[in-house]
Design a protein. Structure first.
Length: 86
């Protein structure tokens, strides 16, 4: 098992990271048996998507669906687990 899971958003402001920060602060990741969680910001959605494939980050928290669909059309193994906004 990995020692640390890296979550990343494209933007650093709190709206994009609020749910992950709250989960970490309240111990939800630990309660689920996950290792240490690091939350970072890549600076933009496209960088978040680019960092997924080589494993620089484990989960992108809020990349734009367009970025994901473009990579999926290129044959990349990228999945949307849940939407943050409707």
């Amino acid at each position: 098992m990995k020692e640390k899971i890296i979550l990343a958003t494209g933007h650093a402001h709190a709206f994009h990271r609020a749910s992950a920060l709250a989960a970490a602060r309240n111990g939800y990741f630990l309660a689920e048996g996950l290792p240490e969680v690091e939350i970072r910001a890549t600076g933009e959605d496209d960088l978040t998507v680019e960092c997924l494939e080589p494993g620089e980050i484990d989960f992108g928290l809020d990349p734009s669906p367009q970025s994901l669909l473009e990579e999926k059309a290129k044959g990349k193994q990228i999945y949307i687990i849940a939407g943050m906004l409707n």
